[in-house]
Design a protein around this ligand. Structure first.
Ligand code: HEC
Length: 118
């Protein structure tokens, strides 16, 4: 009985791993946007509101839905790549890898599209 339970667990683990691997390699735009949002959640959410609603936790930090209205997303992309984000009190300087930037930009573009569609 114990053996049977163990092998069922192993099979479930293998299936789980395969599912992860295949979702990682396909990376359609929705996945990228979700990944971008996850990166922003981790690095920016303690100060900025990231989505269409909600106030920024840091009173001076503009919600990203306002940032994407104010700046072309390409400008933000450049700032992220160079590790320069002007006027960031209390904040460490960020540098991101190309694939992370791509994900962030995909998310910001989708946010901008939703903001414009309102
Ligand atoms: C510790 C708090 C904090 C964190 C973390 C933080 N920010 Fe900010 N951010 C601010 C504040 C405060 C401002 C407003 C600065 C001002 O207007 O002087 C700001 C402004 C900005 C602006 C607008 C700059 C401008 O010139 O108007 C952008 C873009 C931005 N942040 C992006 C990010 C991104 C991307 C991250 C995560 C990678 C991030 N921020 C993380 C506090 C933070």
């Amino acid at each position: 009985m114990g053996h049977l339970c163990n092998s069922v667990q192993v099979i479930a683990m293998v299936i789980g791993t395969l599912a992860l691997a295949s979702s990682g390699s396909a990376a359609p735009a929705d996945d990228d946007a979700a990944k971008g949002l996850a990166i922003l959640r981790k690095n920016c959410a303690r100060c900025h509101a990231l989505e269409l609603t909600g106030a920024s936790p840091h009173p001076q930090a503009p919600p990203f839905r306002d940032v994407v209205e104010r700046y072309p997303v390409e400008d933000l992309e450049e700032s992220l790549a160079e590790g320069i984000l002007s006027g960031h009190p209390d904040m460490p300087e960020f540098t991101f890898e190309a694939d992370e930037i791509n994900a962030i930009v995909t998310y910001l573009n989708s946010l901008k599209a939703k903001e414009n569609a309102k």
